[in-house]
Design a protein around this ligand. Structure first.
Ligand code: SAM
Length: 329
């Protein structure tokens, strides 16, 4: 019996032994492989960690692009058929949720801002009546001021709007109120650069602080007219509460003037964006705005209002005109 067991054990040992030897001889190689695997794991972790920021950035860009695309699709959704009976509300609803102004139409729902009865237009008109004047309006948005200028008897109004969305809303307002305005779709900076037409008044309301080069705009306005109506935000160090993202360091626009870069950020993607054509704009300080207007020839500046409590930043309303020198005979 014992002899049998011994033989079996011997047989097992004989079988195990080569396996044991093989394992033993491969152990070093296996240890090596383990070490390599651990090193690779560590390297992979390092690569993932060091690329995490880039990945996060890419993810953020992708999200922004998605949002932009959604907005574009929403804004260009013109294939809707209207099945209600024809009405003005149907027309307004083409840009549902995108109107800023409250249209002066009984029973019609549009935006909430009273731009069609704006006190700023009334104040400018008191200082420089628009009746029988040729007016160039920069950035009409929804032609609310245009409507008021025509009601006040302007001889002609030319309005230039660069946003296609706002331009189409302007066309709707022109149609609804039978405005005579010459409505142009394009960039008013390009228009002013080559402008040979003369105007009596330039209306620059809500546009100066949307410019990358506000100084250039002021000089170009000066070439087009002797009178200018201005409403604009201006940079003020005291307004640390406003939600606008400014660069910490000002930039030199000229040797004399500094500008403060502000970025629109995500607001430029929303349906109610009323800003400029670039991802950022440059704000001037109030004294500098007046100084540049004077240098451009607008020697008389009548301040109408200086608001220090506007939620988006301090702003001024003023009228400026040139001292027209009459040539002696
Ligand atoms: C803040 S809104 C002012 C609207 C209106 N003028 C007011 O005072 O209520 C600025 C308008 O100017 C337009 N705009 C901005 N930059 C422009 C440019 N370079 N050329 C034409 N329109 C521009 C915008 O699309 C927008 O309609």
């Amino acid at each position: 019996m014992w002899y049998k067991i011994k033989n079996v054990l011997k047989e097992i040992l004989l079988k195990i032994n080569p396996i044991y030897r093989t394992v033993q001889s491969n152990k070093n190689q296996l240890d090596c492989l383990f070490e390599i695997e651990n090193k690779n794991k560590l390297m992979l972790e390092n690569i993932i960690q060091s690329n995490k920021n880039q990945l996060d950035c890419l993810l953020e860009i992708e999200n922004k692009n998605k949002l932009m695309l959604e907005n574009i699709i929403q804004k260009n959704n013109y294939n809707n058929y209207q099945e209600n009976a024809p009405s003005i509300q149907n027309v307004i609803n083409i840009f549902d949720g995108q109107w800023a102004s409250k249209l002066p139409l009984e029973g019609v729902t549009s935006g909430g801002i009273g731009l069609f009865s704006d006190n700023r237009i009334k104040s400018w008109n008191n200082l420089c009546p628009v009746k029988n004047k040729r007016i160039l309006e920069l950035g009409p948005l929804e032609c609310a001021h245009t409507y008021m200028l025509e009601k006040l008897g302007a001889a002609s109004v030319t309005s230039i709007e660069s946003s296609s969305q706002h331009f189409l809303k302007c066309l709707i307002v022109k149609e609804l109120f039978d405005l005579k305005v010459e409505l142009l779709h394009g960039d008013f900076r390009e228009y002013l650069k080559n402008c040979e037409r003369e105007y009596d008044i330039v209306l620059a309301s809500g546009v100066l602080y949307h410019m990358v080069d506000p100084i250039q705009l002021i000089h170009d306005i000066a070439k087009a007219a002797n009178n200018v109506f201005v409403w604009t935000h201006y940079y003020s160090e005291e307004r640390t509460d406003i939600n606008t993202q400014f660069d910490l360091e000002p930039i030199y626009l000229t040797e004399k003037y500094r500008g403060y870069k502000q970025y629109y950020g995500d607001t430029s993607n929303c349906a109610k964006f009323y800003g400029g054509t670039h991802p950022y704009s440059v704000w001037l300080k109030k004294e500098d705005i007046f100084s540049v207007f004077r240098e451009a020839g607008f020697e008389n500046i009548a301040l109408i209002e200086d608001s220090l409590s506007h939620p988006y930043g301090n702003c001024v309303t003023f009228f400026a005109n040139k001292n027209i020198k009459i040539k002696k005979a």
